[in-house]
Design a protein around this ligand. Structure first.
Ligand SMILES: Cc1ncc(COP(=O)(O)O)c(C=O)c1O
Length: 402
């Protein structure tokens, strides 16, 4: 059989699968002298390697083969209880461990949500711009998007209302990242949170709240997750250990209070991978079960990122040509730079030659063609490289403008 006739047998949905620019770019960044603001990698020097080694040792001594056996699809009881308690603390409500589904990275959670809700041609409501990985996950289900405007306070409720009033067919859910959004770093303001929940309630639209960065706040006061608000519209909350512990563990969770949705998710997860790794779940739980040490660890990450965000913002103010604007996020791992009249996808070619890379903003938009934005990651570079990288980037912009 030739390669061409084999390709002809692929499912139609594969035509919607796009190569991720980010993954492609990560290949370029393997060169040691390239400074990357492109990926979304946490700082590896903050991974608690020693404590994880000790936790692994304790799990093996205490549980032995039980930690290596198949386990239930929903996740090990210890992990589900830990997630329910942590969210109860953050939200002020009371969540039961029953509502928790452990998943293999929140990326899997997004895929499972797509799998249970989306038929070809269905619509999903997204912030514009929105997280590229979510778009990729939903694309596999041949989805179309309705986009909602955003500003410095996150999603604009009036725009959401307008979109929902006009929507035909009616969308299946709203996907949003309310805290320190990927890609813009912006946060949905406290005032808008309840409004968004009420609008979705009014229209009967489920909400998928993706919150990988909520615990990485540098300044200001914590805002309640949308999950905190009582709502007749189902809220599917997605959290992850990737940014507060280590992404290689692939431990993440969904909290879903709606029983019917949860049942479908369990069935979809069973078909996908039976369950998340038993061993990883036990080690993760063993590590986080010393609550004070874990909280101190999360604070240390936030402090380091706060410092790096500050260094990047200062360098941008110092080196960038006039007219360049940037966000100054109060948490998370990304900031967003707008370079008026510059196509940042073209700029990337020049900047890569100057050995600094970023993600062009156009990749995150599904509603409009916006070419003058770029996402910069500040968690994964040293202070020295952040300054040097921003200086190189400013130089690349000047070359482009010539
Ligand atoms: C908004 C958002 N959702 C989900 C993910 C995926 O995280 P995980 O490692 O839990 O799959 C990321 C990772 O960058 C993200 O930024």
């Amino acid at each position: 059989m030739t390669a061409i006739s084999r390709a002809a047998q692929f499912a139609q949905r594969t035509a919607h699968l796009r190569a991720s620019t980010i993954r492609e770019m990560l290949k370029v960044t393997q060169q040691p002298d390239v400074i990357s603001f492109g990926g979304g990698l946490p700082a590896p020097e903050l991974f608690p390697t020693e404590a994880i080694a000790q936790a692994t040792q304790r799990v093996m001594e205490r549980l032995g083969s039980a930690a290596l056996q198949y386990s239930v699809t929903e996740g090990i009881p210890e992990m589900r209880i830990w997630v329910a308690e942590r969210l109860t603390r953050r939200c002020g409500g009371i969540f039961s461990a029953e509502a928790v589904q452990i998943v293999n990275g929140s990326q899997q959670g997004l895929d499972l949500v797509g799998k249970i809700f989306l038929d070809p041609g269905d619509h999903v409501v997204l912030e514009d711009p929105s997280y590229l990985g979510a778009i990729q996950a939903f694309d596999a289900y041949q989805t179309r998007y309705l986009t909602v405007e955003t500003d410095e306070d996150g999603l604009v409720p009036e725009s959401l209302e307008e979109v929902l009033e006009r929507a035909d067919p009616f969308p299946k859910f709203l996907y949003l990242v309310p805290n320190f959004q990927n890609p813009t770093g912006r946060t949905l303001s406290g005032r808008r949170r309840e409004t968004v929940v009420r609008i979705c309630e009014h229209f009967g639209l489920p909400i998928v709240e993706d919150d990988p960065y909520g615990e990485l706040r540098f300044e200001g006061t914590d805002l309640p997750p949308l999950l905190s608000y009582r709502s007749t519209a189902p809220i599917i909350y997605s959290g992850t250990g990737s940014k507060i512990m280590a992404p290689g563990m692939r431990i993440a969770w969904l909290l879903v209070q709606d029983e019917a949705i949860r049942e479908k998710i369990v069935l979809a997860k069973q078909g996908a991978d039976l369950h998340s790794g038993t061993f990883a779940q036990y080690v993760f739980h063993e590590y986080v079960s010393d609550g004070d040490a874990f909280d101190a660890h999360v604070r240390r990450i936030a402090q380091t990122y706060a410092h790096r965000r500050g260094v990047m913002a200062e360098a941008l103010a110092e080196f960038m040509p006039e007219g360049v604007r940037f966000t100054r996020p109060a948490g998370g791992m990304f900031l967003w730079v707008t370079v008026p009249n510059v196509d940042t996808a073209e700029l990337l070619k020049i900047s890569a030659a100057s050995k600094v890379v970023f993600v062009p903003g156009v990749n995150f938009y599904s509603g409009r063609d916006v070419h003058d934005g770029m996402r910069l990651n500040f968690s994964n570079a040293t202070e020295k490289n952040i300054r040097l990288g921003v200086e190189r980037l400013a130089h690349a912009i000047r070359l482009y403008q010539r």
